[in-house]
Design a protein around this ligand. Structure first.
Ligand code: SF4
Ligand code: SF4
Length: 183
């Protein structure tokens, strides 16, 4: 009987290790597959290169990975122009981006100046936790001078969680902040 239990235990452990290795390999193959795609470097080179996070990715390389994985929209690159979007779309279609030259730029509002980051404090016990959950990019695309100022504005009801676009890529943190704000 003991032999049977031992055998079962060993089989379970081996099975669990196999499942973990399988998951790691599947993840690694997805990441490397995207990075090995010949379009990857070309897309990165044709994005604005600001690494500002306004698109919801941690930087332009993240955006390029998202585009190749099919879950990003290049028009979410706020500093991008119509030419940027057209070139990236051409690359995704396997076309030569250098041939894309004649694109009419839609009228855009004047680019917003990046705000100077300010160190804000708030006595609300949820403040530090919310700051911790925010993307910490201090990109100011939410219209606040940094993530601490944004947390303060959230607690004062001046902003909503949706105003932080980079947070859209971090659904767990977003949900946690929304929960904290309900209390
Ligand atoms: S929005 Fe994204 S892709 Fe565009 S410049 Fe910023 S990080 Fe790069
Ligand atoms: S809270 Fe504002 S400054 Fe911080 S990452 Fe989000 S959009 Fe950028």
């Amino acid at each position: 009987m003991q032999i049977l239990i031992d055998g079962l235990f060993v089989a379970l452990v081996v099975g669990a290790i196999g499942a973990v290795i399988g998951l790691v390999l599947a993840f690694a193959s997805k990441v490397f597959h995207v990075k090995e795609d010949p379009r990857y470097e070309l897309i990165v080179a044709n994005l604005p290169g600001f690494n500002c996070g306004a698109c919801g990715y941690a930087g332009c390389s993240g955006m390029a990975e998202g585009l190749l994985a099919g879950d990003a929209d290049v028009t979410n690159c706020t500093p991008g122009t119509a030419l940027t979007y057209a070139k990236v779309k051409a690359i995704l279609n396997g076309e030569d981006p250098d041939k894309v030259t004649d694109v009419k730029e839609p009228k855009k509002p004047a680019p917003r100046k990046k705000l100077e980051i300010v160190d804000v404090t708030n006595d609300d016990p949820r403040f530090n936790k919310i700051v911790e959950l925010l993307p910490a990019l201090n990109c100011t695309t939410c219209g606040e001078p940094g993530c601490k100022a944004f947390a303060d504005a959230l607690l004062k009801g001046k902003k909503t969680v949706a105003d932080c676009r980079p947070l859209n890529r971090k659904q767990e943190q977003k949900a946690e902040i929304e929960k904290l704000l309900e209390n």
